[in-house]
Design a protein around this ligand. Structure first.
Ligand code: PLP
Length: 466
């Protein structure tokens, strides 16, 4: 399997190099040159497989040039055994034909564990084989940082530095990062905001000379193809559990950077019968505005009760635009260069095609809270604010009540107690047993000034072989 850039100029790469690369050298994102396609008969034969086995069937075509089958199977067994539910991604029923797929049974209680638990193992495997080392540098406003740290804590060949804005992340989220102990784990609290952190990461990827040529940076945000790949699996899992592939399914996906829902689109292209995909956004609704009016335009960032979906642009949307433009990299490059400067539209027939693939909805904070309260009153089931947006959008956009509607449950409600309180409920979401002592654990992090040379100096000094 070869991987090509959405902007058409960077060289094609194999899986190992794609894993270790962030953006392509032309500024694009890597996608597979072609997708595997599974027949209904083949998908049907996967019914009843344990999650890790199903993951092997779905993902192996993407990695087969780089990893022997037995090694990959072993890696997947380890990855999904850390989840605290036997089914790994269990389904909970909300109504007659309506479901939530709980993707928050991993170590950090959000769906990002599905990909980052695997990514850490993949990185270590490939680096061991190549006798190489990488420094992971990332900025986080919440869920990504903790999932990346948990995913890499046992990696021998990786040091990880996560920047968060000092005193601007929630206490649960900060503690999930800073209480993980390990010589290769470094939390940096930057005296600035999230954008400052992100800019430092971007500048550092652009010029890595501060590392003295002795190691290189690797990316763990969802521009990394391996993250998307791991998220394709649970669409198959949900479908098989509810009678697929002999009936089609509808999915509603709380969306920020368009990674999770793009994985659903790929599952459909790989042969899984999916009749509806709903893009669910909060007030940061660039995708909903595009789907409704064919205008892709950045607005100012709004802070909402669903912070993991607070974005101005959706980086993975570029991967869809590439397909919508018949995989013409030059056209995508032109479009996105114009989009960086002002609003853009695409040709009408391409936009109409996008509207056939996706429905969309935007949900504000008040409606998010109403939905949390409503579902609790109906079912005594507590949604986190991100999942609540998915459930609301699912109900608003539903086309056929005979088709099972599955909302991706992206986080555990205990991660976002403020939203639960704001919804007027008096219940307090409890942290699961394995995290019950989070507030007693020892924290470790370094506060640094909002200054890129200071941060780079810290990294240069503290990675393992520095
Ligand atoms: C990251 C995240 C999202 C958004 O996922 P994308 O792949 O960026 O669209 C939604 N909900 C939660 C809880 C998240 O952590």
């Amino acid at each position: 399997m070869r991987y090509i850039s959405t902007r058409g100029e960077a060289p094609a790469l194999g899986f190992e190099d794609v894993l270790l690369t962030g953006l392509a050298t032309d500024g694009g994102l890597y996608v597979p040159e072609s997708l595997p396609h599974f027949s209904l008969e083949e998908i049907r034969s996967w019914r009843g497989l344990p999650y890790a086995e199903l993951a092997y069937k779905v993902m192996y075509p993407f990695v087969e040039d780089a990893i022997p089958a037995d090694d990959f199977r072993k890696m997947l067994d380890e990855t999904y055994s850390v989840f605290t539910h036997q089914a790994v991604a269990p389904l909970v029923q909300l109504d007659t034909n309506e479901w939530v797929m709980e993707l928050f049974r991993g170590p950090t209680l959000a769906f990002k564990d599905f990909a980052l638990q695997l990514l850490g193992r993949l990185l270590d495997y490939v680096l061991e084989k190549r006798n190489q080392h990488v420094v992971i540098m990332g900025a986080t406003s919440g869920d990504t940082g903790s999932a990346a740290i948990e995913g890499c804590r046992r990696c021998e060949h990786v040091d990880i530095f996560i920047l968060h804005p000092h005193q601007r992340v929630s206490e649960v989220q900060r503690r999930q990062m800073t209480t993980v102990q390990g010589d290769n784990i470094h939390n940096i609290a930057v005296k600035g905001n999230f954008d400052d952190c992100q800019r430092m990461v971007k500048d550092s990827f652009g010029n890595q000379s501060f590392l003295g040529g002795k190691t290189q940076l690797a990316a763990v945000n969802s521009i990394n193809w391996a993250r998307i790949m791991a998220q394709i699996v649970y669409y198959f899992q949900a479908s098989l559990a509810l009678g697929g592939p002999d009936r089609s399914m509808a999915f509603s996906v709380p969306t920020g950077n368009f990674g999770d829902i793009f994985a659903g689109y790929l599952a459909k292209k790989m042969g899984l019968p999916i009749s509806q995909l709903v893009i669910a956004t909060n007030r940061n609704d660039i995708l909903h505005r595009f789907m409704s009016g064919n205008k892709y335009e950045q607005h100012q960032l709004e802070h909402t009760l669903s912070p993991s979906m607070d974005i101005m642009v959706s980086s993975n949307f570029e991967r869809l635009l590439f397909d919508l433009h018949g995989r013409d990299g030059a056209a995508v490059k032109d479009l996105l260069e114009r989009a960086a400067k002002g609003p853009v539209s695409i040709e009408d027939y391409r936009w109409k095609h996008a509207r056939k693939l996706f429905d969309s909805d935007a949900v504000d904070d008040k409606t998010t809270c109403d939905t949390i309260r409503e579902i609790y009153e109906q079912n005594e089931y507590l949604l986190d604010p991100h999942t609540a947006i998915g459930v609301r959008a699912a109900r608003n956009c539903r086309r056929d009540s005979a088709v099972p509607m599955i909302t991706l449950g992206t986080a555990h409600p205990a991660k976002f107690p403020d939203a639960i309180a704001e919804s007027g409920l008096s219940v307090k979401p409890e942290l699961p047993a394995h995290m019950a002592d989070l507030f007693e654990r020892e924290e470790r992090y370094t506060v640094l000034d909002n200054n890129v040379s200071e941060v780079q100096g810290f990294i240069a000094k503290h990675w393992k072989n520095a």
